[in-house]
Design a protein. Sequence first.
Length: 518
Amino acid sequence: MALPVAPFFKRSLVRDCRQGRTYLERGGLLVATLICLMSAHAVAAFLGAPGLQLLSSITGLNAFLILLAGPSLFASVVTEEKEDMTLGLVKMTGLGSLWILLGLSVGRLLTACMLLLAQVPFVVLAVALGGVSHLQVIAAYCALAAHLIFISCLGLLCSTVCKRTRRAASLCVALILGFFLVPWAVGEWIKATVAGGVVAKGGFVDSVFGGLCELARDASVFTRIGEVLTTGFSGSPIGFQVLADVGAAALLFLLSWALFNRCTREEGTPAPGRGGSFGLGGRLRRLGMGRAWRNALAWHGFYFTAGGKAMMVVKFALYAALLAGICAISSAAGDPLDRKEFGTVAMSMGLALVCLELAVCHGRAFGEERKSRTLVSIMLIPASTHGIVYRKMLGCLLGMAPALSLFCLGVVVFPDGFAEALGTTVTEPAAWCGVAWFVLFCQLTALFSVLLRRGGLLLAFVVSYFGIQLVSVLIIMFFGLISSVQFGLLMVALVNAAAAVVAHKLALRLLERAAGRE
């Protein structure tokens, strides 16, 4: 007898086989693997064990891309049906919530697993390059597979409890950061307090909470990859991390199953939600959007894309708590931050948060409009496409005030460090290369958010990352061993800048076409 979930699998597989995007993804994956192989061959003369370098770069990149796939791909499994108003039709088929969850999630998970397994025959070439064994390749990909299953079930849970993809993605990001960063931060704080004599060594806090933090670290895929890639690894391919991730994935799926009916009883409107509300009551409700500004597009970008005043309050509190936590850990270790260190930490955090928010805003600015089919309404405004885009991005920039304030705090506290960093950015080609790469990444994010319904940020990172690697390898191949590394970095920066300009113009043109097709 056929399983009730079989039609979902068949529909997913048939759709993937008929879409050209599937073959582009697989072809792009092979090209990316080839670029990594070329890069490992190019640096083989400078570094030992090129096979180990190849496996390290591929597995580390895969682990990071799987993290990005959580909010980009898996967090929209159920919310897409909610936003398209088709979940009710799926439930009318008479299938139970278990079969519906399996049908919606497993097809996407199998597609991601096939992309992961397609790399194995090419990664085995790392054994021929030397420095790595077959056991290490098998153990590394077992860890990646368990990591993928865990992230997919985490995204499924977020997609089940949230009404919209945007909130599900935000919740997924928060949970991922909590799982990978909180145990590390708490563990470091416990070690610092034990070293400072504040907490007794071997006491309740050290043994219980310290032990839990160690278990969470051992369950991390990055810890497992570090163990697998050590010289002379001879352990089992199925380690603690694999068992922990699969077990956690099973619990997350059961929780999604238990909450599915409760969270999908009512079907909301497909219209975009107001970014400034968030269901907050009390005083934060007074921070609502109110009347539109004279620059309505900037108002729309500030409230609907950047989150509005309520989100700014949340960001201010979160960033302040994060900075205070870093200072507390340093003080507990007996080495409190001085003015120079505090300013450096504040500037670094602020710059990293600005870059992160800027990349996310490029993906959301018109990606959300395309999903909710309101792009044509915005494009009908009597203004040029450049004007519409720039005005809306201005509103997004206003939403970055908390991160910019954190950066400015670091500048005020340690102005000499800012002057030194600014001078390095202006004079060093390596800094030019980094800035050009980030601009290209943002433009590709905007481009793919118009082309694709989901995964634009993930695809932009992959294309920009492997693109800069390919350019570097080609420069080495055509110019040989460059006597001046600065010349090579300058060429890479120029190529990235030119590609960013092309991506920007192409994104504007595709934005007009997408509005014309609605």
